[in-house]
Design a protein around this ligand. Structure first.
Ligand SMILES: [Zn+2]
Length: 353
């Protein structure tokens, strides 16, 4: 009974409770179960059960309360915006978050740089990002008290984004993966509820994802037709969808030139991801790399009577005067160019892999 009451009060808002209710009918099942228990409740005040009408009226009052609170909240926020909203400061805060995500990205690269040139470039860019982030922080003050144009503080948006992450991304993706890809499904299902304080205030991803150039910007409509944004989106794939607080490394990489780290590859990015993110997001390893073609002999002579083999060898000697004769598979003879052909086990193995 108490358990049912507890679930009932939490089943619309408590992310901890709802995190793994990804199946289409899970909510309804719980709702019915809890309702069955609660509707049998006898508080001792009367000896009769609550009627269907009374229970409906109870639910109705609950909804009215919520509507009233929503209205009050909207009015309070409008007053806050009129008094405190600062568009420039909001923009600077986004720049700060992006620089911090950049710094995070280059820090991850530096955990295992591909070579010296890459390490030096990443070190330089890490330094620049940190300097810039420090400068922005001085200018902005506390980034967590910067109000947005809806009158919401970053902490409030993080709470909201955690819930949206669950409802509009986690649950639908789990439903899809359940039948399509069990490996990714299991990885995503095992992901614990992120701490709301560690969510991004600008999109539905945990902030840490942005250090790996992963965004989750749900509810983003397409850029207006004919707008500059539309042209930019065509020129720079991923730009429009990317969260403004996320590192822009990938776009720079695609752009190329000095924007790309020397010798940085998709494979390196994949290796850099924490295991859970890799299991959820990274494309699977290329199933089988195309093997280099195996060297083939110039000619093969099948085993047979000595005169036939000798005749064949003479014929081939005229054609390949410098070739070497080696023993082939199943008693055959093979002619190889003097400098090529399979050597003894081990010597060529690496190059052929
Ligand atoms: Zn974000």
């Amino acid at each position: 009974m108490l358990e049912a009451l507890s679930v009932f009060t939490r089943m619309n808002t408590d992310v901890e409770l709802l995190w793994n209710w990804w199946e289409e009918d899970h909510y309804q099942r719980e709702h019915d179960r809890v309702w069955r228990i609660l509707s049998q409740w006898d508080n001792g005040a009367s000896q009769r059960e609550h009627t269907e009408e009374e229970l409906e009226a109870f639910e109705q009052r609950l909804h009215e309360d919520i509507d009233k609170k929503t209205k009050e909240d909207r009015e309070r926020r409008e007053a806050l915006v009129a008094e405190l909203y600062d568009k420039e400061r909001e923009g600077l805060r986004l720049q700060l978050l992006r620089k911090e995500a950049d710094a995070g990205f280059f820090r991850h690269v530096l955990e295992a740089p591909a070579n010296k040139a890459q390490r030096e470039d990443a070190e330089r860019r890490l330094g620049e990002s940190q300097t810039e982030a420090g400068r922005l922080r001085e200018q902005i003050g506390d980034p967590d008290d910067v109000l947005d144009s809806d009158g919401c503080l970053p902490a409030e948006r993080r709470e909201k984004h955690l819930e949206q992450h669950m409802r509009y991304w986690r649950h639908p993706v789990l439903r899809e993966l359940a039948t399509k890809n069990r490996r990714r499904f299991n990885a995503l299902l095992a992901m614990p509820v992120p701490d709301a304080a560690r969510m991004c205030s600008e999109c539905q991803a945990p902030a840490e994802w942005h250090e790996y150039d992963l965004s989750l910007r749900l509810f983003r409509s397409r850029p207006a037709r004919g707008s500059t944004a539309e042209r930019l989106a065509q020129l720079m794939p991923g730009w429009w969808e990317r969260c403004p607080a996320c590192t822009a490394y990938r776009i720079g990489h695609v752009w190329g030139g000095t924007y790309a780290l020397p010798d940085f590859t998709g494979e390196q990015w994949r290796a850099m991801l924490p295991p859970r993110l890799r299991a959820i997001f990274a494309p699977g390893p290329v199933e089988k790399k195309l093997a280099k073609p195996k060297p083939q002999p110039l000619a093969t002579i099948p085993p047979g009577p000595i005169d036939e083999v000798m005749a064949k060898l003479q014929e081939l000697q005229a054609k390949y005067p410098t070739a070497q004769v080696r023993q082939g598979a199943r008693g055959s003879w093979e002619l190889w160019p003097a400098t090529e052909g399979p050597k003894r086990k081990g010597s060529r193995q690496r190059a052929d892999e």
